[in-house]
Design a binder for this molecule. Structure first.
Ligand SMILES: [Zn+2]
Length: 229
């Protein structure tokens, strides 16, 4: 009987895997078990001085950093990120943030952070999209870590700044200055902050956030992103 209802529901409201388009089983959310198994996870959280930490250290003094999976253009997992960012599927952020948080708890990594801070969208963009995808990833992570999330103190004041990989170190640092603003730096005093974003490419956006948060006293910053481009 249960199986029959399940089939009927799937016929009426087909839930499809965001990677392969196969019908999902009742216990699957957004992604089928097969695709989840094939997700190219980085396991960087188990690796000291991993490539993301090395990259971010060229920008600022990062404590720990990780990415959940590697992503390449045209891979089935590109659709997952696209749905999360542009198709209103914010639940993907929550579910995958949950996977990230579970890995951290199991490995006892990032468990000493005090607050989880998603990279904010510009208010205009937020209004347009209706949600901040990074906030939903952060929610999933924070829930598993049992830590608070803060979306009040770090704000985006510049909507769009193009980021070009061909800039030299000096130019790219200039290019991302003052995109974000911290409303009350003392909020971050003495805290270990975990910055969360969806995709990491050059590290410029994260660095721009960190630049502002580091104005607080005795603050530590770690970083986690869903995908490493
Ligand atoms: Zn699938």
């Amino acid at each position: 009987m249960k199986k029959w209802v399940e089939h009927l529901l799937n016929l009426l409201y087909p839930r499809l895997c965001v990677a392969c388009d196969d019908l999902l089983e009742m216990n699957e959310q957004y992604i089928c078990t097969k695709c989840l198994y094939h997700l190219p996870k980085t396991d960087f959280h188990l690796q000291e001085n991993n490539e993301i930490e090395q990259m971010l250290k060229t920008w600022f003094d990062v404590c720990h950093a990780s990415a959940f999976f590697f992503f390449q253009k045209g891979s089935p997992f590109q659709k997952l990120l696209h749905e999360l960012k542009y198709k209103g599927q914010k639940g993907i952020g929550l579910v995958f943030g949950g996977y990230v948080g579970t890995d951290f708890v199991l490995a006892d990594k990032f468990t000493d952070v005090d607050v989880v801070v998603p990279v904010p969208l510009h208010p205009k963009k937020l209004k347009q999209r209706g949600y901040n995808q990074s906030e939903w990833i952060a929610k999933g992570i924070a829930e598993k870590l049992g830590k608070p999330i803060d979306t009040e103190h770090l704000v985006r004041i510049v909507a769009n700044k193009s980021q070009t990989k061909t800039f030299n170190a000096e130019e790219r640092k200039k290019n991302v200055e003052n995109i974000f603003f911290v409303t009350d730096t003392s909020f971050f005093d003495g805290k270990h902050v975990l910055i969360v974003d969806d995709v990491l490419t050059t590290g410029a956006t994260i660095a721009s956030c960190a630049e502002q948060i580091l104005k607080a006293n005795n603050v530590k910053i770690s970083v986690v992103v869903l995908a490493r481009a």
